[in-house]
Design a binder for this molecule. Structure first.
Ligand code: G3P
Length: 217
């Protein structure tokens, strides 16, 4: 499973990238607003830092304007992936940009039928939001499972990018049902390494090693 970081925080993206855990980055208008940075400037910096796709979202709501914005965003760097909302206009823009060879990420997906439409329109990625479905007591993970089945039934190449990931359990569950990619905030990715038995075991090993009086270097 590919790991994308759902953030515009250069320091945190860089830290995870240095560990080897970053296959791409996703942003949205809320994340950009939270960063307090200039949109194009921060996307350019992330694109330099990370080799994989960096999702930058259009803010127009009408297809032609989305296409113009998408082409403008794509000028920032070769690894910009244009993020489009799952509306009929977004789908029209997705078809057009995909035909022009521009990678697309169709976002705000909450149903299997929406994911089917995105795949038919040539989306590179579909972003089902699992946390937001769980928030309203629906089953976010079931959506990932349903999309996996539909895409596999017809051989769609659109990658399932599990989004709105809020916990380490979300990550595990998405991996178990075969999401191609997951995007999570940096703290969730860091928490994946934590286990109390690892900490306890390491402390015991180090204590015993100290007793030997030896050193490796
Ligand atoms: O990638 C989409 C993600 O940013 C949404 O997450 O936590 O705002 O539902 P959340």
């Amino acid at each position: 499973m590919k790991f994308f970081v759902d953030s515009a925080d250069l320091e945190q993206i860089g830290e995870l990238n240095d560990i080897g855990l970053v296959d791409g980055v996703t942003t949205n208008p809320s994340i950009i607003a939270k960063s307090g940075r200039d949109f194009k400037e921060v996307i350019a910096e992330i694109c330099k830092l990370v080799a994989g796709p960096v999702s930058a979202e259009v803010t127009a709501v009408e297809a032609d304007a989305m296409i113009k914005e998408g082409k403008e965003l794509r000028k920032i760097a070769d690894n910009v992936c244009v993020k489009l909302p799952l509306t009929m206009d977004g789908l029209k823009a997705c078809s057009s940009l995909s035909k022009a060879g521009i990678p697309t990420n169709v976002t705000l997906c909450f149903s299997p039928n929406q994911a089917l439409l995105a795949a038919k329109c040539g989306a590179s990625f579909i972003s089902p939001f699992i946390g937001r479905l769980d928030d309203i007591t629906l089953d976010g993970l079931q959506l990932i499972e349903d999309i996996r089945l539909i895409y596999d039934n017809y051989g769609f190449e659109t990658e399932i990018l599990a989004a709105s990931i809020r916990s380490v359990n979300h990550v595990k569950e998405c991996a178990l049902v075969g999401a191609d990619v997951m995007t999570a905030p940096p703290n969730v990715i860091k928490n994946l390494a934590n286990h109390p038995l690892t900490d306890k075991g390491l402390a015991a090993f180090l204590k015993d090693w100290e007793k030997t009086g030896q050193s490796i270097l």
